[in-house]
Design a protein around this ligand. Structure first.
Ligand code: G6P
Length: 470
């Protein structure tokens, strides 16, 4: 048995003094630890002339190997093609998507560099698991260098249908890159349908009876298995974190400051896919149309600044600053601030306590691969007196979280009505909905997700691609 080798753009190298890692990192670390594995990716640093010699450290039974990016590639690969082309495209935001050939070339180059840097570290029996949109061509680059190992890919963000993907000048090449993997995993059935539609309409490839597509990539015939593996969280761990945090100074301060008002909470990266302005407008609609909540409810939105080098993120920041100010200007009283808007990251355990203190978790992205905040909010609740999850039907999580109140975030009035319903929901209904969701979360943990993906990958026959020519 070889090791599991995880590749992702961001690598969660443990650093002293940093808050504990999230559920995804914990789950990956568990499978890495069990196999004596390696986690490879970007160091998070940029420099003038980086080498392809990875920096290696060992911590907690896991090897980490990272490389730096050049300033130019940070601009072209990371800020450009990954986050100003692929990110908006895969989230159905064609109006925000930009395309630049030099950035597309930088994306290819970084994937080639990653492949070159990783190859010497790989053993023949290793299983490689590559993550997310930043790294799609990496398996094709590894194959071009002769890698024969099993290679799996998981896309954490939505997979749009070809009508959307085809806006990308490189769409067919990107799809062909996916054929270099043995297994391509996505979050939901909806994403799987999107991917299959892309293979059909983009490359004319239809899945076989067992869910694989065959096609040519870099002169080789290959077969990629396609499947959905919805990601989960460390449900028990997060529930414990929230239970403890509820007694911590931050949650105590928060609840003391609330008096007997109800709390609505939202927390994410400050990203246009999260529908933050829509959420603020939905909250304003609650106040406008249900005046009984005036001075009785506070909405706390934590929005951790993110990808500031991309203009659309800076524009969003300005929009939110002004919207929050506007709503408070319209509705605040001298002793009540309706919107508490915190545009920076808050520690994970502090957030867990805030979730538990909140009567409503408001998670309303315009598109989202899964959305783990929705799951964490539910896991954090007090079983005796749980809060209500208001969830966008465009989050992957909506496919399985039946106990949530689903909303279309584009409809501010509907969001206001749903918030009203959530705030007035009687305890027995809250409990029933919460128990229903909690059962699902206890089954579908992050560890299960990682194990089921790797089990499927490892059961696939080792690539003997020449035979497929027959
Ligand atoms: C999303 C993506 C990840 C990414 C993370 C943070 O969750 O799916 O791949 O790492 O956002 O974004 P950043 O650009 O800071 O890595």
């Amino acid at each position: 048995m070889g090791r599991v080798v995880v590749v992702s753009n961001r690598v969660a190298v443990p650093r002293r003094g940093e808050p504990s890692a999230g559920g995804l990192a914990v789950a990956l670390k568990d499978v890495l630890k069990a196999s004596g594995g390696l986690w490879f990716g970007w160091s998070g640093e940029t420099r003038k002339n980086p080498t392809l010699e990875p920096r290696q450290v060992r911590a907690g039974g896991i090897d980490y190997a990272t490389i730096d990016l050049s300033d130019e590639d940070h601009k072209g690969f990371y800020a450009g093609y990954s986050n100003n082309t692929l990110w908006p495209l895969f989230h159905f935001r064609l109006g925000l998507m930009e395309y630049d050939r030099a950035e597309a070339a930088s994306y290819r180059k970084v994937n080639r560099d990653f492949a070159q840097a990783l190859l010497p570290l790989l053993g023949p029996e290793d299983t490689v698991w590559i993550h997310d949109y930043q790294m799609i061509p990496m398996a094709a680059e590894l194959r071009a260098l002769g890698a024969q190992q099993r290679i799996g890919f998981f896309l954490h963000i939505p997979f749009p249908p070809f009508a959307v993907l085809s806006a990308l000048p490189d769409a067919e090449r990107l799809l062909r890159d996916l054929l270099a993997y043995d297994l391509v995993g996505v979050q939901t059935k909806r994403d799987l349908a999107g991917m299959i539609n892309c293979f059909q309409d983009g490359l004319g490839l239809t899945p076989d009876a067992t869910g694989g597509v065959r096609g040519e990539v870099a002169g080789q015939m290959r077969r990629a298995q396609l499947s959905a593996h919805p990601i989960g969280i460390d449900t028990r761990g997060f529930a414990t974190l929230a239970r403890k945090a509820a007694y911590g100074p931050e949650t105590q301060r928060l609840t003391a400051s609330m008096g007997d008002r109800a709390l609505i909470v939202g927390a994410e990266r400050l990203d246009y896919t999260k529908g933050l302005p829509h959420r603020m407008r939905g909250f304003a609609a609650l106040l406008a149309n249900f005046p009984e909540h005036l001075n009785k409810v506070t909405y706390l939105q934590v929005a951790a600044r993110s990808r500031n080098e991309v203009a659309s993120y800076r524009n969003l920041r300005r929009e939110l600053d002004s919207l929050a100010g506007r709503i408070n200007g319209d509705y605040a009283e001298f002793d009540w601030t309706p919107v508490r808007y915190v545009a920076r990251a808050v520690a994970r355990d502090t957030l867990a306590g805030f979730y538990r203190a909140a009567r409503v978790g408001l998670v309303t992205p315009l598109r989202d691969g899964m959305n783990l905040v929705a799951k964490e909010y539910v896991a954090a609740q007090d079983p005796e007196d749980p809060g209500v999850l208001v969830l966008s039907s465009f989050a992957g999580a909506a496919e399985t979280m039946e106990g949530a109140l689903l909303v279309n975030p584009l409809d501010a009035e509907a969001m206001g009505e749903t918030l009203d319903k959530a705030l007035k929901m009687p305890l027995p209904e809250r409990r029933e909905r919460w128990e229903n969701m909690m059962r699902g979360l206890e089954e579908q943990t992050a560890t299960r997700w990682a194990e089921s993906f790797l089990a499927e990958l490892e059961e696939l026959p080792l690539p003997e691609q020449d035979l497929l020519w027959a």
